[in-house]
Design a protein around this ligand. Structure first.
Ligand SMILES: CC(C)(COP(=O)(O)OP(=O)(O)OC[C@H]1O[C@@H](n2cnc3c(N)ncnc32)[C@H](O)[C@@H]1OP(=O)(O)O)[C@@H](O)C(=O)NCCC(=O)NCCS
Length: 373
């Protein structure tokens, strides 16, 4: 009998040089650099270089990549027009999935999967993702999109395009840290979906569209939004414990907790906890952090389940003024760097990804004509 590994749990399906996770010790590295080290010292642009090229850049290399990302921030006017014409989605990720797919129709290299073309498309997609998300946030509120500002960093420019005002340096700094932390996470579900699509030698836009559709689910990139909705629903710290007890009694999942790979603290949550606290206290809104801390303590005490990346990012984004339903999109603004790095790696050593299923359905059935069924 073949052994069935539901959810591909613990199945190693390929080598990768991009990202490692030690789920027992809670260590995450990009290309061998500890995520805590990168969060403390690096920038998102530098991490993008690291993911794509396998090493940290020299100053001129970083300047060049930063400039290329800036040049690739604008999207075709037709794309903005399309976003204005599309009906309001039931969830913003529907629009992101549709618009990123549509980008390929305006990309002259859409069907070219050579390494050089794929590197250029990775740049374009990474430059454009933030512009699309910010434009969506404004268009659906009846506002005009804000043109990217080439003088601002990737992180600061995104917050600027979303709100229309240049963010405070500490807000831009913490958002940059959040982008660093979300940039890659090995063969997570959306990255795996991108690699499966690339493994058929389909194109990069198709691979990224698959990834966005996968990220959308509440068990993956949709969790941070659900965390904030839960915090808003709880309303105040004194109600937090009863609320969580009631969820657990109903055998419901508490969003932002648990992980397939980490059996200890997710190192990203360790950084994001401080982000949530500092931003919350700095903005005079400590209640979301205080409530989150109480929930985390309860979950560890009673279920021995740790917070994941989505738990503290929720309250941090809220204090930054990011609309709650855009949280999964923010994940994509950063993760596009990791997705594209993985797609490049998949093409470089490609083998079609095609697992098996153990068939458990009926057998030996004889076809019966429709009128005799
Ligand atoms: C991330 C996640 C999908 C991992 O799932 P998984 O590896 O398939 O693990 P399971 O869902 O089978 O959970 C294993 C056990 O822990 C419990 N558990 C896991 N996450 C839990 C949570 N967030 N709240 C309450 N219980 C949880 C499950 O109920 C299950 O208990 P049981 O064995 O008594 O049935 C899961 O932890 C989850 O749904 N978390 C909430 C969503 C989330 O935050 N996603 C973002 C991930 S970064």
């Amino acid at each position: 009998m073949p052994e069935v590994k539901l959810g591909l749990q613990d199945v190693v399906i390929d080598n990768s040089e991009i990202c490692s996770i030690d789920g027992e010790r809670g260590i995450l590295t990009y290309r061998g650099y500890d995520i805590k080290d990168l969060a403390a010292n690096s920038t998102f642009e530098e991490v993008v270089y690291l993911l794509w090229y396998g090493r940290l850049p020299h100053r001129t290399e970083l300047d060049e990549l930063t400039q290329q990302l800036v040049e690739n921030r604008p999207v075709a006017p037709e794309i903005i027009e399309l976003m204005k014409r599309l009906p309001p989605p039931q969830h913003p990720m529907e629009t992101l999935r549709t618009v990123v797919s549509a980008l390929s129709l305006y990309d002259p290299e859409a069907e070219d999967i050579s390494t050089e073309a794929n590197r250029r498309k990775a740049l374009r997609l990474t430059g454009q993702m933030g512009t699309i998300v910010a434009a969506f946030g404004r268009i659906r509120d009846g506002k005009e999109p804000v043109e990217p500002d080439p003088k601002l960093s990737f992180a600061a420019n995104f917050l600027y395009m979303l709100s229309g005002s240049v963010p405070k340096p500490e807000d831009a700094h913490w958002f940059d840290v959040a982008l660093v932390l979300h940039a890659d996470h090995s063969f997570n579900a959306s990255t795996f979906a991108a690699r499966v699509t690339a493994s058929t030698l389909s194109d990069m836009h198709s691979a990224i569209t698959s990834a966005i559709g996968t990220l959308k689910g509440p068990l993956h990139g949709g969790a941070n939004e659900q965390v904030m909705r839960m915090l808003l629903d709880i309303g105040s710290e004194d109600k937090a414990e009863d609320y969580i007890h009631s969820l657990l009694a109903q055998k419901k999942k508490v969003m932002g907790f648990g992980h397939r790979v980490y059996h200890t603290e997710d190192p990203r949550a360790w950084v994001l906890r401080r982000m949530s606290e500092e931003l919350g206290r700095g903005a005079g809104q400590p209640k979301w952090f205080d409530m989150s801390l109480k929930i985390e303590q309860l979950m560890i005490r009673e279920k021995n389940i740790n917070a994941n990346v989505d738990f503290y990012s929720a309250s941090a984004y809220y204090v930054l003024g990011i609309p709650v339903d855009l949280y999964p999109m923010i994940f994509a603004v950063s993760r596009i760097s990791g997705w594209t790095a993985h797609v490049l790696e998949q093409y470089a050593h490609n083998r079609l990804i095609r697992p098996l299923a153990d068939y458990t359905g009926p057998t030996n059935r004889k076809y019966v004509p429709i009128d005799r069924r």
